[in-house]
Design a protein around this ligand. Structure first.
Ligand SMILES: Cc1cc2nc3c(=O)[nH]c(=O)nc-3n(C[C@H](O)[C@H](O)[C@H](O)COP(=O)(O)O)c2cc1C
Length: 317
């Protein structure tokens, strides 16, 4: 699959995931077949203010693993400042930023904090504002010294049911055709929980109007669901399926089982821990993945599990 000037080794993309997508986890998913990976959502305001804990999340040290940064912005001015600062940081004290290959904008985070400030899905129906934001991103792509191959956006179908019914997502496709290199569609509105089945028919509707690659997202948990969704779009983004088992990428790329053996799991965990320690991953990533590896181990060894088959802190953007 091609995204802008990036040639992806597979059309299966690891989602941006808060508290999950550190550099060590991205490498694990990439080594198993993910064609592209994203950092978790980064607040553009934190980047503008040189907030250290925000900047630490842009951890693209690893030149082998194709990685993009996902930003959450309130408006085009903030985006311009954030991108300018990214260039400055990449040129000076933070050489690890040099590996960023793409920038994505988040228009899907359902957090009330984000919606209250008019960001994320609150922007979906504001076509003029979106145009201004996309134009800033496009212009920056043309001048940055970073090796950016693609600029994209990840949208939901609307802030709520009425917006989804009005199909506010369709005019965004026209804008994206003109100004972006790809569009990811998380096929739910922002008030819907992960238990509501994703509306894949909307992905097909978007694809029918698109001249750029469309990445479908929502409910891909297996080879069968990935193949069915791929009939409607160019690539597939996977979040919970990769939490459940990063080996899903091995299954999707036809290289083996979607579940590791216990020996593979042990090796992957110690390699993950070694890298996360070396790269100074934040404690939240250690907490998440310790729980995640334990759940996988319990599942593989047939031990009874309590609660859902996903970490308890699961939330959706
Ligand atoms: C733990 C977790 C963290 C997430 N963080 C983000 C994020 O930072 N940015 C984003 O765009 N989506 C985020 N999402 C949403 C996913 O990217 C994806 O859109 C959603 O989970 C639907 O895909 P799935 O059915 O494959 O899980 C997150 C999801 C989960 C489960």
């Amino acid at each position: 699959m091609k995204l802008g000037s990036l040639e992806l080794a597979s059309p299966f993309i690891l989602s941006p995931m808060e508290s999950v997508s550190d550099a060590a986890h991205r490498r694990l998913c990439w080594s198993l077949g993910a064609g592209f990976t994203w950092t978790e959502m980064i607040r553009a305001r934190g980047l503008v203010r040189n907030n250290k804990s925000t900047i630490d999340l842009i951890d693209s040290f690893d030149g082998d693993v194709p990685t993009g940064v996902q930003l959450m912005v309130v408006n085009e001015v903030e985006l311009e400042e954030a991108l300018t600062n990214l260039d400055t940081l990449a040129a000076s004290t933070h050489p690890h930023f040099k590996n960023l290959r793409a920038v994505d904008l988040n228009f899907g985070c359902p957090s009330p904090e984000v919606i209250k400030i008019g960001a994320g899905p609150a922007l979906l129906k504001r076509k003029n504002k979106l145009r201004a934001i996309f134009e800033v991103l496009r212009a920056w792509k043309g001048r940055t010294s970073l090796p950016i191959g693609a600029v994209t956006a990840k949208i939901r179908l609307g802030l709520n049911r009425p917006e989804m019914d009005q199909k506010v997502y369709l005019p965004i496709v026209e804008l994206a055709n003109e100004l972006l290199d790809g569009l990811t569609v998380h096929a739910r509105h922002a008030r819907e929980e992960s238990s509501t089945p994703a509306h894949w028919e909307a992905i097909a509707e978007v694809k029918a109007r698109a001249t750029i690659p469309i990445i479908g997202n929502g409910d891909v948990m297996s080879l069968d669901s990935a193949q069915r969704l791929l009939q409607h779009c160019d690539g597939v983004m996977i979040a919970r399926g990769a939490i459940r088992s990063p080996w899903i990428f091995r299954e999707l790329t036809g290289r083996g089982s979607g579940q590791p053996t216990l020996a593979e799991l042990d090796a992957a965990e110690s390699e993950w821990r070694r890298r996360a320690t070396e790269l100074n991953s934040k404690p939240k990533f250690f907490e998440w993945h310790a729980e995640g590896f334990n759940r996988m181990r319990a599942r593989l060894s047939g031990k009874p599990m309590t609660g859902a088959d996903l970490p308890a802190t699961e939330h959706m953007r």
